[in-house]
Design a protein around this ligand. Structure first.
Ligand code: 7JO
Ligand code: MG
Length: 214
């Protein structure tokens, strides 16, 4: 039977990356997406901005919405201090299965909890299920029309504290206009746009970093 693109991406990781070496996993995926098949990873250019925000925040608790194949999961987890935890939500079981193997190849399974399911169902259960108080960093990379409702949901569930950082991918392409309008106009957020390009292309895209002011 035909393989899927995520299966071919995993194959490229297993063929070209070194087990236990997160940077080689990231490099192998970027090479595959630039030279073989485009895929919707945050990519190398926006990935560098992601890395700098993760390093600046130095988070103990991270929530990622939209794992896909685990590319940004590996980038983030490889920068976390010891004992820090990353919870990543993915509702497509086929993508989740590939992501688990990519994360394992990078040797980062002990830092990552991949939860299969929809953000809307799981955000209200974070405290009771995973013993999370608040998130220091949230990376939003799931359905673009879920960014705003899930941000309101995280606030309502008390998962954000003064200083929590929201970092949102694709605010230009495919675009998240309602989310962007909200975080840029709300007095409860301090927002900053990092101009970049859609992964592996010359199309404009960017990341929006928004600090919750409490
Ligand atoms: C949405 C996807 C990423 C993943 O998110 C999971 N997901 C969804 N909603 C939920 C939820 N509510 N809870 C948990 N997981 C959830 C899904 O299954 C995908 O695996 N990302 C994109 O669609 C995406 C698309 C593009 C893109 C840009 C230009 C084009 F011409 C075509 C595509 C670029 C990007 O950088 C993306 O990130
Ligand atoms: Mg994205």
């Amino acid at each position: 039977t035909q393989s899927t693109r995520p299966q071919r991406l995993l194959g490229a990781v297993q063929k070209n990356a070194t087990r236990g070496d997160p940077r080689s996993v990231v490099k192998a995926i970027d090479h595959f997406c630039r030279n073989q098949e485009w895929a919707m990873n945050v990519g190398d250019e926006k990935g560098c901005i992601l890395d700098s925000v993760v390093s600046e925040v130095n988070p103990a608790t991270v929530l990622e919405l939209g794992t896909y194949c685990g590319y940004s999961t590996v980038r983030i987890a490889s920068l976390l201090p010891p004992h820090a935890k990353l919870i990543t939500l993915e509702f497509n079981p086929d993508f989740a299965a590939i992501a688990r193997q990519v994360i394992a190849w990078a040797g980062l399974e002990h830092k990552v909890q991949l939860v299969e399911g929809a953000s809307g169902d799981w955000i209200p259960k974070m405290k009771e299920q995973f013993g999370v108080e608040t998130f220091d960093l949230v990376f939003l990379d799931h359905w673009k029309d879920r960014y705003l409702p899930d941000t309101h949901l995280m606030e309502e569930c008390g998962l954000l504290r003064k200083g929590s950082v929201l970092l949102a991918d694709n605010v230009i392409c495919p675009g998240t206009p309602d989310y962007l309008e909200f975080v840029r106009s709300s007095p409860r957020y301090k927002s900053q746009y990092f101009k970049s390009h859609l992964e592996y292309t010359k199309v404009e895209d960017g990341l929006e970093k928004s600090v919750f002011l409490g």
